[in-house]
Structures are given as structure tokens and as C-alpha cells.
Design a protein around this ligand. Structure first.
Ligand code: GDP
Length: 445
């Protein structure tokens, strides 16, 4: 068995004394271990290399918090970076299946779990999303494949297109489209034929079917245990027919999940679901946290990371509280608050929790203070220089113009932000004077 990454790292860092910040050498030593762990988890070499480089830049110079070891802190940074890569940017989690009947094309190599996944997903769409689903098998090469889908359909209570012997895949696809339209289905899923290897005939066929139905989603089903092979297969399918997402099957096996990271990094396509067994309900939406934990190869790491997180947050809060009491509240503080608000469910969520702010939350709602506004405000702060953030009082007309332009917003928006920073600063000062304990008691009322 693999030695867990957390064990390795603590071994490395036991020898180091704690310093104020993570030195380049600390980080390098730790990342060497992380790199081995990534490769053992079957992350491809170029992806591992890029990843390590990115983390190295992030980690070097970060201040070490009091109660976690530098090793724990590096693990935390690695963990967060893994989640970031696995999550990608602004990917919608849900399938695009409005505008009924929405076609979903299922593609992949034979034995990857395509037919099983088709039925699992149909069941999920029916039960979780209340969709009426029709499934059709386009696998004319293995008659057993059509029967297999029909049997699974009966099992999960989802209709399948009646089998007409001798029909070509494109014609079956047309028939499925017709039946889905006439029958008032929300979704129709086409289970294409697989081959043992990618070949021209297979790709041509998938391409033709794709042209006929214009799928809303083309999901590639691949065996997650095949690691790098899965990534290559995805790349080829994407080049030839264009995929919109990936389903990784057999993630219940003892693979370490590295394929997921390479998949995301190499193809840029979102992993939508993971297959976790042969049963019909063994399909779950992809959760980056889980895979990140798995790649790092440890059960205890998650709690370790959580603890590090808590400690870091507590120390941050303590530091902030001290500054607020002194009446210091600059744009960096405001940015942190805004980010926190987004995390906690937006402005209304946060204000609702604060004593005496329920009414303000309603006003904020009325004024359209939603996540979009919060993000715009963050963009404005990001558009400021370091000096401006620390001393927002130095902003005059030309600086304001530049900042607003940088964020793609009007100066009036920036003025609102500045006013907010002043008001919040005053409020924080008052709260700071009340003292932590008293504030907590008030919040609990
Ligand atoms: P296809 O040729 O791609 O259509 O593959 P099948 O759907 O027929 O699946 C091949 C085998 O893999 C079947 O025995 C499935 O039960 C099994 N299988 C599919 N998905 C999973 C999964 O997520 N985990 C496990 N353990 N087995 C799976």
C-alpha cells in the first residue's frame, strides 16, 4: 500500500523548525512528496508538473499559522489547489436539458460502462429531476446490447425505444427523436455502440448520429481505473465528435482518482458524474472534494485540512478583530468580508445572521444586493493597487476613473463601494469595542 501523503509530509517537516513564513526550501521539499503522490495516483507527468509549479508559487512566502505545522499547511494549499483544478471555472453542474425533447448522446469504448451509465442516468433524471426519459440503443453490432438496455429500462422504470431489427444507427436515432417528440418526453438518451479501440468507423458513426439529433449533451463514459488511457480516449472523442462532459465509472474500485485531475487539466471538460458500482443507483454527481482527498491518499487528511482551515480562519478573525478595534478597516478587509458573504450565501444570508440587521437585509434585497453586486465590488477592489487598497482615502478622480474602468464599471459604483467601506469601518469599530464575547452573545439571541 501507499504510504499516505500526510505521513510522508509530517516526516519531512518534523525536522523543520517553525518559521514565520514557508520558505522556498520548505515548499520544495514538501512538493517533492506531493509530486510522488500525484504520480502514484496516476496523474500524468505534465499535469503533475504544472500543478506543482502552480502550488509552489502560491505557497512560497505564505505565513505559517500558529497551530498547524508547515507540512499541514502545504497539504492544505495542495488540497485547495486540487479542488480548484477539478472544479474548473464557472462550470454548470447540471445537464443542459431544457427545451424538450433534449437529446443526450452517450459515447465511449466498449466495456467502459456506457449502457449501465445510460440507465443509471435515466433513472436519476426521472427520480431526481422528474423528467420523462426515453432510451434507445444504437448498438447494432451486438444485439445483446439492445436487449441489455431494454432489460435495464424495465428495471429502472424508464421506456426504451422498441427494437427494429436491421435498422442503421442513424435511422434509430431519427426514430428516437420522432418518438420522443410525439410521446412528450423531456429527454431522450442515445446509447451508441462501443468498440474495443477507437476507430474511424466508430467515430464516423457517432458523428453522423450527432449531426442528425444535435445533442444537448454528449457524455463520454470512461473507465476511471484506466487512468491515462481514459484521458487519451477523452481527448480523441473530443477532437472528433466534441464532448460536453465526462462520466468516470468504476470509481468504487481502488484507483486513486488521478485520472480525474488529468482529465480536467488535459481536456478542460467537466466531469459530471462518477459511477460507484454496478447497481442502478450507484451514480453520483462529481464532487471535487472527494477526489481531492482520494488523490492525496488519506482518510485523515480531510480532518487535518479542516482543522487547518479552522485554525487559519480563527487566527485571521483574531487579527482582524484587533485591527477593527483600532478603527482600521481598509479595502483588503472589505474584500475578505465580501468573499465571506458570497461563501455564506450572499448579503441577505449574512445580514440575517447579524444582530439587528434583519431589516437591512430586506433593504439590501430590495436594492438588488445580490451575489452579482458582491462580485462587482470585489472586481473593483481587485482593480486597485496595493497602496490604494490599504489607504482608500487617497483615491481622487483620476484613480477612481482608472479603477472603475479596470473593473468595467462606472465611477458611481466605486463611490458606493467607498461609502460602504467607511460605513462598515465605523460599524466594525463599534462592534470591536463591544468585545468578542458580548458580540457573540448578541448574535445568539
Ligand atoms: P458498455 O460496454 O460500455 O456499455 O459497458 P456496460 O455498461 O455493459 O458495463 C460493463 C460492466 O461494467 C458491467 O458489468 C457493469 O455492471 C460494470 N460497471 C459499469 N459501471 C460501473 C461502476 O461504476 N462500477 C463498477 N464496479 N462496475 C461498473
Amino acid at each position: 500500500m501507499f504510504e499516505s501523503l500526510s505521513d510522508r509530509l509530517s516526516g519531512v517537516f518534523d525536522r523543520l523548525t517553525k518559521q514565520g513564513a514557508l520558505s522556498e526550501d520548505d515548499v520544495k521539499t514538501a512538493l517533492r512528496e506531493v509530486r510522488v503522490a500525484l504520480l502514484e495516483a496516476d496523474v500524468s507527468l505534465p499535469v503533475a508538473r504544472d500543478f506543482i509549479k502552480k502550488v509552489q508559487e502560491q505557497a512560497t512566502g505564505q505565513s505559517v499559522t500558529k497551530s498547524v505545522t508547515p507540512g499541514q499547511q502545504v497539504v492544505k494549499i495542495v488540497h485547495d489547489a486540487l479542488i480548484e483544478v477539478l472544479t474548473g471555472e464557472g462550470e454548470p453542474g447540471a445537464l443542459k436539458i431544457d427545451n424538450p425533447p433534449a437529446p443526450i448522446l452517450m459515447v465511449g469504448l466498449q466495456g467502459g460502462g456506457k449502457t449501465t451509465t445510460t440507465a443509471k442516468l435515466a433513472k436519476r433524471l426521472k427520480e431526481k429531476d422528474g423528467k420523462r426519459v426515453l432510451m434507445a440503443s444504437l448498438d447494432v453490432y451486438r444485439p445483446a446490447a439492445m436487449d441489455q438496455l431494454a432489460i435495464l429500462g424495465t428495471q429502472v422504470g424508464v421506456d426504451t425505444l422498441p427494437i427494429v431489427p436491421g435498422q442503421k444507427p442513424v435511422d434509430i436515432a431519427k426514430r428516437a427523436k420522432q418518438q420522443a417528440t410525439m410521446g412528450g418526453y423531456d429527454v431522450y438518451m442515445l446509447d451508441t455502440a462501443g468498440r474495443l479501440h477507437i476507430d474511424e468507423v466508430l467515430m464516423d458513426e457517432v458523428e453522423q448520429v450527432s449531426k442528425v439529433v444535435t445533442p444537448r449533451e454528449t457524455l463520454l463514459v470512461v473507465d476511471g481505473l484506466t487512468g491515462q488511457v481514459a484521458v487519451e480516449v477523452a481527448q480523441e472523442f473530443d477532437d472528433k465528435v466534441g464532448i460536453s462532459g465526462v462520466v468516470l465509472t468504476r470509481m468504487d474500485g481502488d484507483g486513486r482518482g488521478g485520472a480525474a485531475l488529468s482529465m480536467r487539466a488535459v481536456t478542460g471538460k467537466p466531469i459530471r458524474y462518477v459511477g460507484l458500482g454496478e447497481k442502478m443507483d450507484a451514480l453520483e454527481t462529481f464532487e471535487p472534494e472527494r477526489i481531492a482527498g482520494r488523490i492525496l491518499g488519506m482518510g485523515d487528511i480531510v480532518s487535518l485540512v479542516e482543522k487547518a482551515q479552522e485554525t487559519i480562519e480563527a487566527e485571521q478573525a483574531e487579527r482582524m478583530m484587533k485591527r477593527f478595534q483600532k478603527g482600521q478597516f481598509n479595502m483588503n478587509d472589505l474584500k475578505m468580508q465580501l468573499e465571506q458573504m458570497i461563501k455564506m450565501g450572499g448579503m441577505q444570508g449574512v445580514m440575517g445572521m447579524m444582530p439587528g440587521m434583519g431589516k437591512m437585509a430586506k433593504q439590501a434585497e430590495a436594492a438588488g444586493m445580490d451575489d452579482k453586486v458582491l462580485k462587482q465590488q470585489i472586481a473593483l477592489i481587485q482593480s486597485m493597487t496595493k497602496r490604494e487598497r490599504a489607504n482608500p482615502q487617497i483615491l481622487q478622480a483620476s484613480r477612481k476613473k482608472r479603477i472603475a474602468k479596470g473593473a468595467g464599471l462606472e465611477v458611481s459604483e466605486l463611490n458606493k463601494l467607498l461609502k460602504m467601506q467607511r460605513q462598515m469601518g465605523d460599524m466594525m469599530k463599534k462592534m470591536g469595542k463591544m468585545g468578542k464575547g458580548k458580540m457573540l452573545k448578541q448574535a445568539m439571541k
